[in-house]
Write a protein that binds this ligand. Structure first.
Ligand code: ADP
Length: 157
């Protein structure tokens, strides 16, 4: 059984992320979407848990996908889930530099292999931060989110 962790902040989970999950399912038997707490982007554990629950609802009909919030190192989380792989996406060169550093560090500290997929060119401009920015100005961001995703939460409006 080949299991990959797809770690991220997913604040919010976009159609770009959903594309990586769908493509990951062609490579792996199981994809575990891991909503990590990134101190630079989000320090609220309960925010991560809520996001995980909303993402999980999207995949309720897909038994090969599970979603969890996790507090530890991604490599440790991967080990506890029996995952040998970390799945990530890159949109542009700046993403690549960041992803390569992460992948190199994770392979230094564990046996976990990182598999990086290039973004679908039609979705390469979609980022959580851009979606948050548009939403903050009242733009309807629903077309950048998978159908059925509840975001923003009512108290964030
Ligand atoms: P992080 O905070 O760890 O960077 P993100 O939630 O921003 O997490 O993104 C998770 C992963 O998804 C990262 O590897 C990121 O590069 C990738 N990603 C984000 N948006 C897209 C997209 N539109 N297409 C492909 N990959 C993407």
């Amino acid at each position: 059984m080949r299991t990959a962790i797809f770690p991220g902040s997913f604040n919010p989970f976009t159609i770009g992320h959903a594309d990586i999950v769908a493509r990951g399912l062609r490579l792996f038997d199981r994809v575990v979407i891991g909503v990590g707490y990134n101190v630079r982007k989000d320090d609220a554990a309960c925010g991560a848990a809520k996001r995980a629950a909303r993402i999980a609802a999207l995949y309720a009909g897909e038994p090969r996908v599970s979603v969890e919030a996790y507090p530890q190192l991604t490599t440790e989380f991967a080990k506890t889930r029996g995952a040998g792989f970390i799945l990530r996406g890159v949109r542009e060169v700046s993403d690549f530099e960041y992803e390569r550093r992460l992948a190199d560090m994770n392979s230094d500290i564990s046996d976990i292999e990182t598999v990086i997929l290039t973004a679908n060119p039609a979705l390469a401009h979609v980022s959580s931060s851009a979606v948050r920015e548009l939403a903050a100005f009242g733009y309807d961001v629903s077309r950048f989110l998978p159908a059925g995703l509840v975001w923003p939460e009512p108290q964030q409006l």
